[in-house]
Write a protein of this length. Sequence first.
Length: 273
Amino acid sequence: MFYTNLINPMRIISRSRFLIILWATLVLSSCQDHDDQVPQDVTPEFVWTQNWDGTTLAIADFDSTPLTNANGETLRLSKLVYLISDITFTDAQGVSYTGGDFNLIDAREGLGLNFSPNLLIPEGDYTVSFRFGFDDEDNAGNYPALNSADGGWNVPMMLGGGYHFMRMEGKYMSTLTIPESEVNFQYHTIRAANTSTAPITLQDTSFLVNLGQVTIAENTSIEVKMNVAEWFKNPNTWNLYELYTTLMPNFDAQVMMSENGVNGVFTLGDVTN
């Protein structure tokens, strides 16, 4: 008896069609996994750190560590409180995301050093910026949390009202006294007010800080470094013997402090994801 092994041609075609369909399904699935993935919305965190020309300023350094400014004066810091607002993320298409909130950092007390703005943004690359202090629009607001902060963060109405931008205080060693002795200084920044005019002349001395491009993903942490020494040196070399107190009503001093602040006080530090 003879047996003949016959192969059904229709079975071959059916099997081939199945393999083609399977291959196409895998390709489409792979494309969907990579090309159609929707970025998730995230909230980045900011970490604010302080240094003196690269040397970290820790809580323990206040009232204890001697520092030398660009004018050669030896000083010790006792307070450093400053206000940040309008944290903004701008994507490549020019779309901006702003939380509209603010953060008050008290370096001496370790308060506000970690801050997450009140916003959600898609993951991606952004130009990151913020404002030191308040612009005129925000400075006209009423913020209960600031009204009581640090003994009252308000500026007297005789100086235009609004809020402080920074209170930096300490002592410097004066060689004008015999023997040498420490003298208190107050480096307070506000909106510049010229009280010699009627009504008083106001000038917005807050300023924008551009940190550059940052890749934002889930759990992104952005360090912002304040070099405190820069407040005393560039472009205006600060002379504490002449400008050590009563700076709030000093219009020219406020403009000079703003010029020093915008010129490199804040820089981008480590970014972790």
